[in-house]
Design a protein around this ligand. Structure first.
Ligand code: HAM
Length: 413
């Protein structure tokens, strides 16, 4: 029979990669819990309109990357390309908002974007996502960034760069848009790539983060958002930065950081690494004060971020897997039952390890135990079976002792 292969850009995760994913998830749950963020699980499939309206019709995500299809009822549905729009929908639909209350949610799971797969870029990828609703205080922007930094430190990645920017608000952004549009209009048409030429009319901000070298040259001379913020956006941004300074979080201001989704206002940020190939963004987020209203909800501000798990897992690739405690090597057919029962007792006492299902020579069993990287190899042969003993061999020191099984179990409590 012909084998059936997975879909391009959709990966299977075996250990140790799956262990790294579990580790990231467990750490996020623990760290986010310290900040009062509770878990929300939203569906993977949503109405297409949610993303078209929420993320923005001009974005690459909506224009080119969505897995959209008609369900059997003829409705257009989409596999979520990101979590924020769905979380906002759930927040509105549940009626959870209460004035004076800040609501904080995290969600973990797969997202889908039809991009060209490469290292760190998949079509099904996973995010750890956090959203906070109900306050426009700059302190909240600082808190989510500090929480992200605490999470990264907790998983052992403290050397990553934070880039921050402010994109202004509906007050000051139109003026900045106009300045940008005027600047681009005054240029020779050949200076921008075809995509950016189109963007100058539809969304000039997006030109600022184009990766094409010629566009980058043009952008370097363009009007800068930080010179065009209204007083309240400027105060907001200054407050965020001063809290980050006081907390000792190192960051770089990047006036060209605009993010790929249209809902952002004011603070935006990205965490980048140069060690994961061409895809440098490990996490990204920002404030989206108009999104809840845009999706039909009350006037509630929000801020959040998402971490790309595959990219973080690449950075964790060298992490030592947790060592199992034992390998119980059965050396005699007749001892197979007792070996299994003894291994069961060890696991009931909290130890981790495996037992052989077939009797083999001590030499091959020890080779396997070393390969598994366990701390201790337990050897159970015909002699031990008759005497009710077990041979305990430390694979760290090579030391070996024989003792009654009951005594061995008693040492474990
Ligand atoms: P985003 O920047 O589109 O933001 O994605 C966040 C992270 O997801 C990226 O920094 C990257 O690590 C990872 N990522 C994105 N696309 C892929 C892919 N094709 N393969 C692997 N990893 C990928 C958002 O999604 C926003 N919803 C974040 C947010 C939450 N903003 C506010 N709240």
């Amino acid at each position: 029979m012909e084998t059936i292969q997975s879909i391009k850009g959709f990966a299977d995760l075996f250990s140790p990669e799956s262990d790294n994913f579990s580790f990231l998830e467990a750490t996020a749950r623990e760290v986010f819990g310290r900040y009062g963020v509770s878990e929300l699980r939203t569906p993977i499939l949503e109405k297409t309109e949610l993303f078209a309206r929420g993320i923005g019709g001009e974005t690459d995500v909506v224009q080119k990357e969505m897995y959209t299809f008609e369900d059997k009822g003829g409705r257009s549905v989409t596999l979520r390309p990101e979590a924020t729009a769905g979380v906002v929908r759930a927040f509105i639909e549940s009626g959870q908002h209460a004035p004076e209350r800040v609501s904080k949610y995290f969600t973990i799971g797969p997202m889908f974007r039809y991009e060209r797969p490469q290292k760190g870029r998949l079509r099904q990828f996973h995010q750890i996502n956090c959203e906070v609703f109900g306050t426009d205080a700059p302190h909240c922007d600082a808190e989510v960034m500090l929480m992200l930094a605490t999470f990264l430190k907790s998983v052992g990645l403290s050397g990553l760069s934070f880039e921050v920017n402010s994109l202004g608000c509906p007050e000051c952004r139109p003026t900045f848009h106009q300045r940008l549009t005027d600047y681009f209009a005054g240029l020779d048409k050949g200076k921008l790539c075809a995509d950016c030429l189109r963007r100058t009319a539809t969304n000039p901000l997006r030109v600022l983060d184009c990766k094409v070298a010629a566009c980058k040259d043009v952008v370097a001379e363009a009007p800068r958002i930080d010179d065009n913020l209204c007083p309240s956006c400027k105060t907001h941004f200054d407050t965020v930065l001063s809290i980050l300074d006081a907390a000792g979080l190192a960051y770089t201001r990047n006036p060209f950081l605009v993010r790929g989704l249209d809902y952002y206002q004011r603070t935006t940020f990205e965490v980048t690494s140069t060690n994961i190939g061409a895809q440098t963004a490990v996490a990204g987020g920002g404030r989206y004060d108009g999104l809840v209203e845009l999706l039909g909800g009350p006037k509630v501000p929000g801020v959040g971020f998402a971490i790309g798990m595959e990219r973080l897992a690449l950075l964790l690739a060298g992490r030592e897997p947790a060592r199992k405690d034992f390998y119980l090597a059965v050396l005699d057919e007749k001892a197979l039952d007792q070996g299994l029962l003894l291994a069961q007792k060890l696991r009931e006492r909290g130890l981790s390890g495996e037992v052989s299902f077939a009797a083999k020579s001590p030499k091959s069993q020890l080779r396997l135990a070393n390969k598994l990287g366990v701390k201790t190899c337990l050897l159970l042969g015909g002699e031990e079976l008759a005497a009710g003993t077990i041979v305990v061999k430390s694979l760290d020191t090579g030391e070996q002792t024989s003792m009654p099984q009951e005594q061995f179990l008693a040492t474990l409590g």
